[in-house]
Design a binder for this molecule. Structure first.
Ligand code: NAD
Ligand code: UDP
Length: 319
């Protein structure tokens, strides 16, 4: 296949490029570097199967040659208001990537009659009242909350994707990605795992926001990419959750990272920097992914952190 991947310079997009190239597909990566970095694709320079186009997906997209699949991953993704790369500090760009970017990438897919895969998110469930979250759950989202620029853009993106499927008969798919971590996240991304690893490497206290009793379910990147690849190769059209169903509190996450990195800096639970609509709990029901794709995650949190922190260490040492 000849595949267009938007957000190719980002964390997940760059791993997807690698995965598709590994299976002998041709990849066209697209990115405007708003939160991503050319360093994430540096190893692909000179690869005859890889072409990079610097472009903002909010503007009309032209790609030379045929396209067999489009994977739309371009969007800021960190909620942390302390990070300049968090979506609350890039609110309009986030809404444009989710809304206009989805429209433009669907347009490319339609012009080429290509398979389409939308990177959606567990955030479309908002601060969920149903637990764990099944794909049938409609969600609990504040339409004007601090997270709404991201959540509502992704909800619009899902609706538009289904409209192209139902009205134009486009071969679309939607992955609802739950918290994923691994190498190539930015040091200053602001999400919990990179923040905690960086703080632990610097022997600083880990900044747990609020009482730390809010939960998440963290998936290692290789597991996620495998699930997405299987979804792309399937003919499923309805949304599929991909994530690791092992749920822990943010306080437990901090303790585990301190333990693995032998950080004696401890934990700081004094300032609540949570956005007002920060979900209290989150855990995917992955029954559909298991049944449709024969997929479930294989790497547990401790293994995943062991695989991730050396990347942050080398980036930190290179500063
Ligand atoms: P990331 O910030 O590392 O990657 C996003 C990439 O998109 C960056 O390289 C950025 O420069 C690019 N981008 C943003 N707006 C763009 C635009 N207008 N035009 C071109 N490129 C643009 O974040 P990530 O974690 O890799 O997230 C990738 C996708 O996965 C996003 O759509 C995100 O919503 C989704 N997602 C990620 C997670 C996760 O846990 N990592 C969870 C749910 C959903
Ligand atoms: N969080 C935290 N300290 C940090 C970064 C994040 O306590 O330094 C919290 C954040 O408020 C949220 C949880 O950790 O409750 C997960 O945050 P993340 O940014 O990883 O992603 P989210 O799942 O909220 O989108």
């Amino acid at each position: 296949m000849r595949v267009l991947i938007t957000g190719a310079a980002g964390f997940l997009g760059s791993h997807l490029c690698d995965r598709l190239l590994k299976d002998d597909h041709q990849v066209i990566g697209m990115d405007n570097f708003i939160t991503g970095s050319p360093e994430n694709m540096a190893h692909l320079a000179g690869n005859p199967n890889f072409l990079f186009i610097r472009h903002d997906v909010a503007n009309f997209i032209f790609v030379p040659g045929r396209i067999d699949a489009v994977l739309h991953f371009a969007s800021p993704a960190s909620p942390n208001p302390m990070s300049p790369f968090g979506y609350t500090n890039l609110p309009i760009q986030t809404m444009k990537a989710g809304a206009l970017g989805t429209h433009n990438t669907l347009g490319v897919a339609r012009a080429h009659n290509a398979r389409y895969l939308l990177a959606s998110t567990s955030e479309i469930y908002g601060d969920p009242l149903e637990h764990p979250q099944k794909e049938t759950y409609w969600g609990h989202v504040d339409p004007i909350g601090m997270r709404s620029v991201y959540d509502e853009a992704k909800r619009f993106a899902e609706a538009l994707t289904m409209a192209y499927h139902r009205y134009h008969g486009l071969n679309t798919s939607i992955v609802r990605i739950f918290n994923t971590y691994g190498p190539r996240m930015r040091l200053d991304d602001g999400r919990a795992v990179p923040n905690f690893i960086l703080q632990a490497l610097n022997k600083e206290p880990l900044t747990v926001y609020g009482d730390g009793q809010q939960t998440r379910s963290f998936c290692y990147v290789d597991d996620l990419i495998e699930g997405i690849y299987r979804l792309l190769m399937s003919d499923e059209h309805m949304p599929v959750n991909i994530g690791n169903p092992t749920e822990i509190t943010i306080l437990e996450l901090a303790k585990i990272i301190n333990e693995i990195l032998q950080n004696v800096g401890g934990i700081q639970i004094k300032e609540d920097l949570r956005l007002g609509d920060d979900p209290q709990r989150r855990r995917p029901d992955i029954t559909r992914a298991k049944e449709l794709l024969n997929w479930s995650p294989e790497i547990d949190l401790r293994q995943g952190i062991e695989l991730t922190y050396p990347y942050f260490k080398s980036k930190l040492n290179a500063l």
